[in-house]
Structure formats: C-alpha cells, structure tokens
Write a protein that binds this ligand. Structure first.
Ligand code: DP6
Length: 364
C-alpha cells in the first residue's frame, strides 16, 4: 500500500493557535459501497455524485496545550455542546494520528452545522468527516509551510484530505471534490484507489451535467442500522462475493453509459444498485428492512410516471427509507411539478430537499 506517502514528520516549529473553516458537501452513490475490510478498505469500488446544497460547515479552532498525553477537543453542533459526538471523533483521531503527528499538541474546538436537518436521516458523516479532515489538513499545511517555506500541491492536499476523511467514514472520502468521484480500485479506472477518492477521469456526456437530486424525507428518525453494523453484515453474507463482483461490472458498464449519455441504461443500473443494497440487508443475518411503506409508494409512483411520460426520472436509496429522486436538468420543471403533486404527500411532514451535482468542498 502507499499509505507511507501520507505519513508526516514531526514539525520542528509549531503554531501557537489558529482557526480554519471548511464547508463540505454530502454525496450520493450510484454504485454503492457496502462491505469493508480492516482499516476502512472497501470490499468493492463505488462512484458518487457530489451534492451541492447538503453541506456541513466546520470551524476548527486550535491552541497549543501543555501536555501531550491525550487528545483534547470539544464538539458543538449549532452552538450546542455535543459530547455524544466525541467517541466517533476520538476513534477518528486514533486512526489518523500516524498521519497527523500534531494532534496531541493542541486543544481543538470543533464547531459544526449542517444545511440539512441533523435528524433528517441524511448521512451527515460524509459531509461532517470530510469537513473535519479538511480543517485538519489546513492546520497541517500551515505547519508544513512554516517549516519548509513551501506549500503542498493542491493535488496532494486533496488526496490526503480524502485519505483522512475515509478513515472517519468511508463515503466521506468522496466528498472532497466533485462532480463524480470514484473510490476503490477498479481495473478499468486509471488512478482509482482503495485509499482515497479520485475524480472520475473519463468523458461524461452532457446529459449528466448538472444532474438533479431531490431528497424525499420519508423517515427522519435515527438510523435503524448504523453503518458499522451494516457493513459488518456483509461478512459471511451468502451473496457477498457475487455482490462485490457485480459492483465491479456495474462500474465498468457505467463508463460507457456516462460517455454515451444513455439515460435508460443509467436508470436501470442506478435503480438496480439501490435495490441490491437493500436486498443485501434483507438477506443478511440478522436481517433488516430499511424501506418504509412510503418508500415503496414513491418508487411505484416514479415508475408509473416514467411509463406514462417517458421522463428520465429515477431513484436511488441510501441505507435508510429516504428516496433520492434523480433526473436530468432539462426535465426539472416537469419533474418538480410531479414531485410536489404526487410524492411530497409521502414525506414526513411533507419535507424534501432540492439538490443537484456539486463541485466539492470550499475553504471559507
Ligand atoms: C449505503 O460511509 O456511512 O451510503 O465507512 O462505516 O462510515 P462507514 O460507512 P458509510 O457507508 C455508506 C454506505 C452507503 C453507500 C455509499 O455511500 O456508497
């Protein structure tokens, strides 16, 4: 493995204090990551659209402390102290310490807020962990500059940020850049790696530019299955090996689909991926059904509308009941009309989020 390239030396000169703010988006997988090995290595490659509106903004304030024994940090969500976020961040710090030797030198204040409701059932781990990884990279870059009188390249900065984000949450490594990101080694995708996300390197037809994603909030409760438990269900799963192979095939097929702009083939592949993800959960031991009756109502209405109108509307799902409605930009007016008239009634409190493809995180 090439992890060595990310190991930083101790810096002789240090900074007394500072602050960085990053805003980082969520992403929606087309070919899904489900199943992982040790050290956050995915069992199969995945690809996602980076989103534009669903974002986490994190302000990281750091100040030098006296002793170096332990990590010292406080976390705030929307201004409120969130001690229940601490174990996840502590695990993250432990995983990245070898690559960020300054972590125990500072006290960190982590202030975070999301553009989407925290309890919306939308994964905030991708945007949250990528925003934190980027803030820490900014600290490292400042230390590097102080000691070496030169900057990292942007390429290295993004690669290491993605590498670190992955150690916080796998899908977070696909949130640093946009608009299409591949994570996980695939023989047909040059530069793809299990260690970090890379920009999809091949031609993408204009049909997929500015693709729209309206997220229907069917169930805003806490996740029924945590991602850690979910991924573990793929160990000893009777269909796991076939599923991992299928993800490789689907990603290979997607290369041609993205190039030719074949929307029908795109729809079939993306919807099949979503249902396969849920099928894996339904056929694991223990088993779970994460869709709700309203998830199925929405899927059936999308299919009926597509049949009746020849629209290129489609859906995908995460590991939950919410539905991501995907459609090309030129169908926006009609599809939004349909969503408002027919689908919003199936959302909890009628809530939904309109989003589209985005281009990655920003330093504020
Ligand atoms: C269903 O990235 O949340 O959204 O690595 O354990 O943090 P951890 O898992 P996580 O899993 C996301 C799974 C998924 C599919 C995907 O985004 O590819």
């Amino acid at each position: 493995m090439q992890e060595k390239q990310f190991i930083a030396n101790n810096y002789a000169k240090s900074l007394p204090s500072g602050q960085y703010t990053w805003s980082s988006p969520s992403n929606i997988a087309l070919v899904k990551y489900w199943g992982k090995k040790a050290h956050q290595i995915p069992e199969n490659p995945s690809i996602s659209f980076t989103l534009n509106n669903c974002k986490t903004t994190t302000i990281l304030t750091f100040s030098k402390k006296e002793t170096k024994e332990n990590y010292a940090f406080d976390v705030f969500l929307d201004g409120n102290k969130k001690d229940d976020f601490k174990p996840k961040i502590e695990t993250f710090f432990k995983r990245i310490e070898a690559y960020m030797p300054f972590l125990k030198d500072y006290h960190f204040k982590i202030e975070t807020s999301n553009t989407f409701p925290h309890s919306s059932g939308i994964a905030s781990s991708a945007s949250g962990m990528s925003a934190l990884a980027l803030c820490l990279m900014s600290v490292e870059q400042a230390l590097y500059k102080l000691n070496h009188k030169t900057d990292f390249t942007l390429e290295f900065f993004n690669k290491k940020a993605s590498f670190l984000a992955r150690l916080g949450s796998g899908s977070a490594c696909r949130s640093i850049e946009g608009d299409l990101i591949v994570w996980g080694s695939h023989s047909d995708i040059e530069g793809s790696s299990d260690l970090f996300g890379v920009k999809y390197p091949y031609q993408v037809h204009r049909n997929f530019k500015n693709y729209q994603d309206t997220i229907l909030l069917v169930d805003k409760g806490e996740k029924q299955v945590s991602s850690t438990i979910g991924h573990n269900l793929m160990h000893n799963h009777p269909f796991a090996q076939e599923r991992f192979k299928q993800a490789h095939t689907n990603l290979k097929d997607l290369i041609t689909i993205l190039k030719t702009g074949n929307l029908k083939a795109f729809i079939a592949l993306v919807e099949s991926e979503a249902l396969t993800l849920h099928a894996m959960m339904m056929t694991s031991m223990p088993y779970f059904i994460l869709m709700k009756p309203n998830t199925l109502e929405i899927i059936n209405k999308i299919w009926a509308y597509r049949k009746a109108t020849d629209s290129h509307i489609s859906f995908t799902l995460d590991a939950g009941a919410n539905v991501h409605v995907l459609y090309p930009e030129d169908e926006k007016d009609n599809v939004l009309e349909f969503i408002k008239n027919e689908l919003v009634g199936h959302c909890q409190k009628g809530e939904y989020i309109t989003d589209k493809i985005g281009f990655g995180a920003q330093l504020l």
